[in-house]
Design a protein around this ligand. Structure first.
Ligand SMILES: *[C@@H]1O[C@H](CO)[C@@H](O)[C@H](O)[C@H]1NC(C)=O
Ligand SMILES: *[C@@H]1O[C@H](CO)[C@@H](O)[C@H](O)[C@H]1NC(C)=O
Ligand SMILES: *[C@@H]1O[C@H](CO)[C@@H](O)[C@H](O)[C@H]1NC(C)=O
Ligand SMILES: *[C@@H]1O[C@H](CO)[C@@H](O)[C@H](O)[C@H]1NC(C)=O
Ligand SMILES: *[C@@H]1O[C@H](CO)[C@@H](O)[C@H](O)[C@H]1NC(C)=O
Ligand SMILES: *[C@@H]1O[C@H](CO)[C@@H](O)[C@H](O)[C@H]1NC(C)=O
Length: 426
């Protein structure tokens, strides 16, 4: 047994979006989504250095004041991600104005609707990596071929055995899908984690099931041994809230700790909203305080990734999309805040219609699961990676100089799995 298998590995892929990051078809112009504030619902972020006792006392007081009005729910849910702490509450405007002046609070902002892009979280369970076992199979998707070859247009998928666990923060997962079989003793590798949007504990949309298939599907995945955990934050129409996404990151961070630490963890955030300091802080906290690697979609608006959250968070790995000719997808965001490109056009993966269903989607939400899958794969193969180590590995292995029209300031890199057959080709 290799020493790393005893450590918890986790990868988190978050695919939410304030703007749609996943098209339903190969269309290159995703619908523009405008985030709408939710009346009287706020996200309150405490100062990083605030003592937990003072925080609890303050929160109790806020809750009591809000409830005294008889009209508001007060504190609804807490967040705790490393030194990032706060809550989601229903509060009146006067109370918010007073809170905004409190020295205990770093930021307060309205909760708002968010539209799907694709979240995920991968975690290692077992998977004894067999380093000598390089497999070459006929590829099921062009993305698998691209990720495992230095040159485009290959027709095989080359990988080495390995397993990890991924948390998919998205629309949920059809956990019974045949792509998610092959677990220990014939079990399903996809399991339900938590639901932060409604009470329907399955994928009502398909996006999360598709992302999960790209990360860890038996046929369509980059890391086909991965255990996949569904954290549902988007409903059947692809809508959710920022507070739901913060809750899911908080849940995953907590789970990671409960399982012994997250230096084998990846979070993939297919979120594409306008710059949002609270979200960026939460992502940084998951990376820096919980050792979770966070992979995020660069976004689908053909604009500077620096203007988008969480892709602009310097602690996340932001992924842009290319097509099968290695050309940047016309919708893909670009710029120096991006880490790498990955296949994101016409990607075949699992779907929700039935346990064998498939669909092809296009978007940076389809590119980011390739990299989240890659992170899970590296963890399964070689054990724990801190987020910084994972970033260096993904960037270091990437195929250089192939992307056409990469966009101003973009790194010219395509994600690559480093397999021994291809690693020294250029
Ligand atoms: C809190 O105060 C800041 C600075 O005055 C302001 O920009 C922000 O909009 C306020 N937040 C809320 C929720 O009122
Ligand atoms: C964290 O996880 C523990 C154990 O799984 C659970 O009891 C607790 O309620 C969780 N806390 C949050 C804030 O989710
Ligand atoms: C992160 O992971 C590394 C490597 O496994 C470990 O040395 C370090 O203590 C971890 N840090 C935290 C905050 O868990
Ligand atoms: C994109 O944003 C970055 C960071 O703000 C900036 O340095 C760069 O100049 C921007 N690129 C363009 C083309 O505006
Ligand atoms: C899926 O495919 C398997 C294997 O071909 C088959 O046994 C099963 O009945 C199919 N399930 C559905 C829902 O089509
Ligand atoms: C990571 O998120 C991006 C979108 O931000 C998505 O395209 C990608 O599939 C995700 N990666 C994994 C491994 O989940």
């Amino acid at each position: 047994m290799l020493p790393f298998i005893t450590k918890a590995t986790c990868l988190l892929l978050l695919a939410a979006g304030v703007q749609a990051l996943a098209d339903r078809s190969a269309s290159s112009s995703p619908p523009v989504f405008r985030s709408t504030p939710i009346q009287n619902h706020f996200i309150v972020q405490y100062r990083d250095d605030l003592d937990p006792v003072a925080r609890q006392a303050h929160q109790t007081q806020v809750h009591a004041i809000a409830r005294a009005s008889g009209r508001y729910q007060g504190v609804i849910r807490n967040f705790a991600i490393g030194t990032f702490s706060g809550f989601h509450g229903e509060l009146d405007a006067q109370q918010v104005a007073a809170l905004n002046r409190s020295t205990l609070i770093k930021r307060i902002q309205p909760d708002a609707t968010v539209r799907i892009s694709s979240p995920l979280h991968v975690r290692d369970t077992s998977g004894a990596a067999d380093l000598s076992n390089i497999r070459t199979v006929q590829t099921a998707t062009w993305g698998q071929a691209r990720i495992s070859h230095r040159l485009p247009n290959a027709n095989s998928f080359v990988y080495e055995k390995g397993g990890a666990t991924a948390y998919i923060i998205d629309t949920g997962i059809l956990v019974t899908h045949s792509e998610f079989g092959g677990g220990p003793q014939g079990s399903q590798r996809a399991v339900w984690g938590a639901n932060f949007v409604n009470t329907v504990d399955t994928d009502e949309d398909g996006h999360g099931t598709h992302v999960a298939g790209t990360v860890g599907g038996l046929t369509y995945g980059i890391a086909p041994k991965t255990r996949l955990v569904a954290l549902k934050v988007f409903d059947g129409n692809g809508y959710g809230t920022w507070s739901g996404i913060l809750s899911a990151i908080s849940w995953a961070s907590n789970e990671t700790d409960a399982r012994g630490g997250g230096s084998l963890s990846v979070i993939n955030l297919s979120l594409g909203g306008d710059y949002n300091a609270v979200i960026n802080d939460a992502v940084s906290a998951a990376v820096l305080h919980h050792n979770i690697t966070v992979v995020t979609a660069a976004g689908n608006e053909n604009r500077n990734t620096s203007a988008v959250s969480p892709a602009s968070c310097p602690d996340a790995i932001a992924v842009g999309a290319t097509d099968s000719t290695d050309t940047r997808a016309s919708f893909s965001n670009w710029g120096p805040a991006m880490a790498v490109f990955a296949p994101g056009v016409d990607i075949l993966s699992s779907w929700i219609t039935n346990a064998n269903a498939t669909a092809r989607l296009t978007g940076t939400s389809q590119a980011s699961p390739h990299v989240a899958g890659l992170a899970a794969y590296f963890m399964g193969l070689d054990g724990p990676h801190t987020p910084a180590e994972m970033r260096r590995r993904i960037v270091g292995f990437a195929t250089l100089g192939r992307v056409q029209n990469a966009g101003q300031g973009s790194p010219n890199r395509i994600a690559f799995n480093g397999n021994a057959l291809e690693v020294n080709r250029v």
